[in-house]
Design a protein around this ligand. Structure first.
Ligand code: ATP
Ligand code: MG
Length: 320
């Protein structure tokens, strides 16, 4: 098996909301062993694509093939056995480190301690595990030793790797981390990507610069694709806009108007930005950003998951 993936004209809506179309003809391919990234505004259907790939949902229109064979013709258990997934918020079970990794084998044969260790080394987790009171036998998760976000993330990566999956799916694997642990996890992910097909969903675009190919999603379609440098050359391109917005910093006290999609969205946004100085009129929110406070601005634009359109026209922003 080589791990070549082809998505052809995927159209999809969730069974519970059949009238809302999420994917509108997604077509792209990933070569065997390639490491690619999916980027795009929140809610544009990136994670949905992972659910289709792991057959948690069935797509009526269009096709997905693995090494040329349609997913519908493959045994689901086998398919999930060859695909490793790292979720945004990793689940750590109340069990020892080793048992947590054995769960990655999906009840198939257990793997040796040696394989567990080599997966943890690849995931940059071995060193901190060795420092735990009982090493690989230390209880973690509920009631056990508390792990940091980055440590949990690295355990989750090791768990995905222990089966040596041919295809690795990473959904925002570094989004919740600080720069230090992001670096360690990023390094782990780069090591993990060798020898397998990897699809990486990332909000922080600085983490996808080295991808063999970046696919930019917009309104349920792939609108741009290429390497980072190529996409940066497209004047007015989606990718370029996303990158420059992430690099913006407020140079003076400023206001940003955010337009929400609906009332529900307004409520969510206010909750997410509870510390911000926000005024709300209908679906327009005006956020006051103190000077130099790029964090808030980034949060406003990105933790809100791009559900909003920000107009920066009435504020002075500089690009760092
Ligand atoms: N189980 C579900 N049932 C109905 N709608 C859903 C379901 N899961 C997701 N959606 C909707 O599908 C759309 C795409 O969601 P998806 O999670 O794929 O987006 P995303 O691109 O991964 O976003 P983000 O960057 O925020 O993770 C969203 O509008 C979401 O509300
Ligand atoms: Mg998602």
């Amino acid at each position: 098996m080589s791990g070549q993936l082809q998505f052809t004209n995927i159209q999809f809506s969730y069974p519970l909301r059949p009238t809302v179309s999420i994917l509108n003809g997604v077509t792209f391919s990933v070569g065997a062993g390639q490491s690619v990234a999916l980027v795009g505004q929140s809610g544009c259907g990136k994670s949905t694509l992972f659910s289709l790939l792991t057959r948690f949902y069935y797509c009526r229109h269009g096709s997905i093939t693995l090494d040329g064979v349609s997913l519908v013709d493959l045994n689901v258990e086998w398919l999930r056995g060859v695909i490793g997934v790292v979720q945004q918020e990793p689940v750590i079970f109340a069990a020892s480190v080793e048992e947590n990794l054995q769960m990655g084998t999906r009840g198939q044969e257990t793997v040796s301690r040696k394989d567990v260790i080599s997966a943890c080394k690849m995931a940059n987790a071995h060193d901190f595990i060795c420092k735990l009171p009982n090493g690989y036998d230390t209880l973690i998760g509920e009631g056990g030793v508390r792990l940091s976000g980055g440590q949990k993330q690295r355990i989750a990566i090791a768990r995905a790797l222990v089966r040596n999956p041919k295809v690795l799916l990473l959904d925002e694997a570094t989004s919740a981390l600080d720069t230090e642990s992001e670096h360690l996890v990023q390094q782990a992910l780069e090591q993990a990507a060798t020898g397998r097909t990897t699809i990486n969903i990332a909000h922080r675009l600085s983490t996808v610069r080295k991808a063999d190919r970046i696919f930019v999603f917009h309104k349920g379609r792939v609108v741009e694709e290429g390497r980072h440098e190529e996409l940066m050359e497209i004047v007015g391109g989606q990718y370029r806009q996303l990158v420059s917005a992430q690099e913006m910093v407020a140079s003076q006290d400023s206001k940003v108007n955010l337009f929400a999609e609906d009332e529900e969205n307004v409520r969510e946004m206010k909750e997410e930005m509870e510390d911000a100085d926000i005024t709300c009129k209908y679906t327009e929110l005006i956020v006051n950003i103190p000077q130099g406070y790029d964090l808030l601005f980034q949060q406003a634009l990105f933790s809100l998951h791009h559900r909003t359109i920000a107009t920066a026209s009435n504020c002075s922003l500089k690009t760092v």
